[in-house]
Design a binder for this molecule. Sequence first.
Ligand code: GDP
Ligand code: IMO
Ligand code: MG
Length: 426
Amino acid sequence: MVDVILGLQWGDEGKGKIVDYFARHYDVVARFQGGPNAGHTLYIDGEKIVLHTIPSGIYHPHTLNLIGNGVVIDPIVLKHEIQALEARGVEVKSRLFISQKAHLILPTHRALDKASEQAKGKERIGSTLRGIGPAYMDKTGRNGLRVGDVQLAHFDRAYEALRKKHLELLSHYAFEENIEHEEAAFQDAVAYLRNLQIIRAEYRLHDWYQEGKRILAEGAQGSMLDIDFGTYPYVTSSTTLAAGVCTGLGLSPRQIGEVIGITKAYCTRVGSGPFPTELLDETGESLRRAGHEFGATTGRPRRCGWIDLVALRYTCMLNGVTQLIMTKTDVLDHFDSIQAAIAYRINGQETREMPFYLDENITPVYQHFTGWKRPISEIQHAQELPAELKTYLSYIENYLHLPITGLSNGPERNQLLRRVEKPIVN
Ligand code: GDP
Ligand code: IMO
Ligand code: MG
């Protein structure tokens, strides 16, 4: 069986923590899209680890970890990540598999990302500048280099040809940066990559599936950053939805079982783009402070606001979510009152559907809830949660017609309350 864990908002929902928690029930954890724009945080016994490319199952010794064809890999980042894990005593190389078909991020992709963002000025996407957009553009433009290419004789020639094309493109921008140092690091990292387990991942995944191994697909970014259904053009360049599991791993839709959607108890966004429930006041500031809302990859402050049920209803629909897990619920502990957007008012009309353009004409319609005003991080059984929080959860469940089966009440690995007896795995 293949289950999926993915984010339903604008990323940073706490996917890494939840994948790490459930990885104990799976044999394989597989990333299917995105690249080092992701920053997935794990807290294990007080120690903080941020993963960018490596799946969040890596801290479970029995779990195999696979980077699928849908992912774009920066060999420099991957090498550092493996070395950092090894320095902490984690065995990586024997348990990490990489699809031959995953595309490579070149230093010139990163330079193009920066040049393009600079040129956009005020209209910039707020990209993580990790080269994601340019790498996916080369993939769909049929110019890309793939991990499997590093093992072939033509690699140096193909790399040089693509690099030249990029330098030509860069010459059209007012962009001056010396990337020679990064190019040397890239060559070293490619040599390192050659010694990793580069495989025909689609076949191995199907073998594992046939053998009855349990596979967990780990999403990156969030559904509202999806290239098709997100707040375009302020999105990332991959399919962040459950559909991406099929194209990004070579699995079929019929193999997918549970789709576990992760949502924060409120909402954040990093980078530019519309965010209807954003709070630009002291309450937003208070959420940022309580939630330590600073990017795991770039360190940028995250924009904060109330939970948006219109957007969540949309992303649950698009993903075929079967159950929800709410994270960072403890961040709301000290609020007197809590709000949830249940509709948008646009030109005097109320709607529960996402409009084509999310712009300043949208006013969220809020449902108000009384805060529980006591710390919940120490609670170990869902039955002991405050009544006010239970009311909040029931409202959301009724609105979305989905159960919230788990509630995260702190960053540590085991701070997760299960709300139903039904095990998450099939
Ligand atoms: P991801 O990209 O979806 O994996 O999420 P990030 O790691 O970027 O951001 C989530 C942040 O929230 C991390 O710093 C986590 O350690 C933290 N976190 C996750 N779950 C909880 C929770 O339930 N409570 C609190 N207070 N922090 C949490
Ligand atoms: P995880 O997996 C939050 C945002 C960027 C920017 C937009 C495009 O940790 O949830 P890109 O670098 O992809 O070209 O940036 O998407 N973004 C994320 N925001 N979490 C992420 O990943 C993100 N990955 C990209 O801030 O607005
Ligand atoms: Mg993150």
